[in-house]
Design a protein. Structure first.
Length: 231
């Protein structure tokens, strides 16, 4: 009899422990169900606040495209420079600069492409002597493109005064200045001279491959031929 009582007590103890465990699980599950909507709401509010403070730009191109002009080109691009330039643009940097000043630092990456425009060639620029040698006067090399790479160029830093939102034209002015500086840097490095030499070398190889025995490049306006470009 006592043994049976002990068994019953043991079973009741196990059932009580199981009930406590189940009850604890239900309490935890209930707390999670109560807290989850609050957490979801908090996350949703955070997302909405972030969207307000840092909105994603919406781009809406006009479906109408107007082609203003179409031109035929005969340009031989012979050299490309990739240039990096740091530009500082600022306004209102006087004694009250901390109130009304505006300053930005632009890291500009640009491309400058130069070559020779064959549209400027005339029949008088090409002649041949009795030995079959060709005398060729090429147009002077020129810069075709000097522009910023917008994917690589960016405003690194900007400081505005306490009482100003900044000059909306300052970045555009900095980018224009960067294009001018990139062009100037390429010119100072001799991009046109290199473009001219590259054009002569390319044409020399092409004309020799076509069976012309020799090609002599002349300087525009001079009768003394230049040294023949190396193959």
């Amino acid at each position: 009899m006592a043994k049976n009582v002990l068994i019953v007590l043991l079973v009741l103890g196990l059932l009580a422990s199981a009930a406590v465990i189940v009850g604890s699980f239900l309490v935890i599950r209930t707390v999670e169900e109560v807290v989850r909507p609050v957490a979801d709401l908090s996350a949703g509010v955070s997302t909405q606040v972030a969207g307000i403070l840092r909105p994603t730009p919406t781009i809406l191109p006009d479906p109408v495209t107007i082609v203003r002009e179409v031109r035929s080109l005969a340009r031989l691009e012979t050299i490309q420079y990739s240039v990096e330039k740091v530009i500082t643009a600022e306004t209102g940097q006087g004694p009250l600069g901390f109130l009304f000043g505006d300053r930005l630092l632009l890291i500009a990456h640009g491309v400058v492409i130069a070559g020779v425009d064959f549209d400027r060639l005339t029949p008088d620029d090409i002649r041949m002597d009795a030995q079959g040698r060709v005398y060729l006067t090429l147009p002077q090399a020129e810069i075709f493109i000097a522009t910023l790479d917008n994917e690589l160029s960016s405003v690194y830093d900007r400081e505005t005064g306490l009482l100003t939102r900044g000059d909306i034209t300052l970045e555009a002015a900095a980018r224009q200045a960067a294009e001018d500086e990139i062009r100037r840097a390429a010119l100072e490095d001799g991009i046109l001279e290199q473009a001219q030499q590259n054009a002569e070398n390319a044409l020399y190889r092409l004309l020799r491959a076509m069976g012309i025995p020799d090609i002599i490049f002349e300087t525009d306006g001079q009768s003394v031929p230049k040294a023949t470009a190396t193959p």
